[in-house]
Design a protein around this ligand. Structure first.
Ligand code: DGY
Length: 321
């Protein structure tokens, strides 16, 4: 029997992450990369000391209540932890960590891609050329919304929001934000703080979501919020599907209130919302904000750093509870 802690990697992680995990721990891999049910999680909690899950594994109150006492740490391979009931895990004495910082650049890249793609109709154009349906050109053809010089509203000026602001400045966008607290001037870099969401919405030609999904942010973009945006605004979501009321978003697209939307996150994942499919001005990606080779390694290593610290008797750098 191995003296190393036993660790379950719930999904297929990067080759480098799996190699390091196999070197340092007694590892159970998910070579088929299948999704795990609550029953799987409960069963595995009796067989391992640690789990490295992704945001696809749900540690809700009902699951946590049944976890075996062998499980000591849930070292998430994600920055978002809305899939974890943190108070329940804390009450159960399970340490929980996440992987902040390392995915900010990659996620902001996808936010910028969605912003540009939604504004300039990238998916429509690609589909037209690819399908052989590009048979004319005129000045009125495939006209979109210009990005340069427009106002970008950011909800949640944390790590990803700040990188997004930097990228947007490269397009001469005027950055505005709403966050729990105003940032220091050095971090703000000239961005305008709005203490109220309504005030931010009123100036946001583009609105990009970068806050976590919590009780207070769930459904933050609803019918009322969308009505407060300027006509022809564009919504970008690389954070979590739960932030947006999708029925309200659909109405805003159908009425023309929103010119377009760029979405990497949906209420239902995987899958998305098939009501969006008929709207070419909704540019969609399958939750790939952090999906770069570099970032997957960095996320895996950060999760393993947290495990290493925990099993060395230290406080993991990214301990949440
Ligand atoms: C995160 O880390 O929260 C990303 O959404 C990928 O899981």
């Amino acid at each position: 029997m191995s003296s190393k802690p036993r660790v379950w990697l719930t999904r297929k992680l990067s080759d480098n992450t799996q190699a390091r995990a196999l070197r340092d721990y007694d590892v159970i891999l998910n070579t088929e990369d299948t999704l795990s049910s609550s029953e799987d999680i409960v069963r595995m909690s009796g067989e391992v000391d640690a789990i490295i899950p992704c945001h696809s594994e749900l540690f809700d109150a009902a699951t946590v209540a049944k976890l075996d006492s062998r499980l000591k740490i849930v070292a998430n391979h994600s920055v978002g932890v809305d899939h974890c009931d943190l108070p329940a895990l804390k009450a159960k004495g399970v340490c929980v960590t996440n992987t902040p910082d390392v995915l900010s650049d990659a996620t902001a890249e996808i936010a910028m891609l969605l912003l540009l793609g939604a504004a300039r109709r990238a998916a429509e154009g690609d589909a037209m050329v690819r399908s052989g349906q590009w048979d004319s050109w005129s000045p009125a053809f495939m006209v979109g919304t210009q990005v340069t010089g427009k106002r970008l509203g950011i909800i949640g000026m944390g790590r990803v929001g700040q990188v997004m602001a930097r990228r947007a400045r490269g397009f001469d966008m005027e950055v505005h934000y709403h966050s729990r607290n105003q940032l220091d001037a050095g971090v703000e870099q000239g961005a305008t703080y709005h203490s109220s969401l309504q005030s931010l919405l009123g100036v946001s030609d583009f609105l990009s979501l970068h806050c976590p999904a919590t009780e207070s942010t769930t459904g933050i973009i609803d019918e009322v919020a969308l009505s407060q945006l300027p006509d022809g605004a564009i919504l970008i979501n690389t954070a979590r599907g739960a932030l947006v009321n999708e029925a309200a978003l659909l109405s805003a697209i159908e009425s023309g209130k929103l010119a377009a939307a760029g979405l990497d996150c949906f209420e239902t994942e995987p899958g998305g919302n098939n009501k969006f499919n008929q709207h070419a001005n909704i540019f969609m990606l399958p939750h790939i904000g952090s999906a770069t080779f570099e970032t997957r390694d960095a996320m895996g290593f950060r999760a393993l750093d947290n495990l290493d610290a925990f099993f060395a008797g230290k406080t993991p750098r990214d301990r949440l509870v």
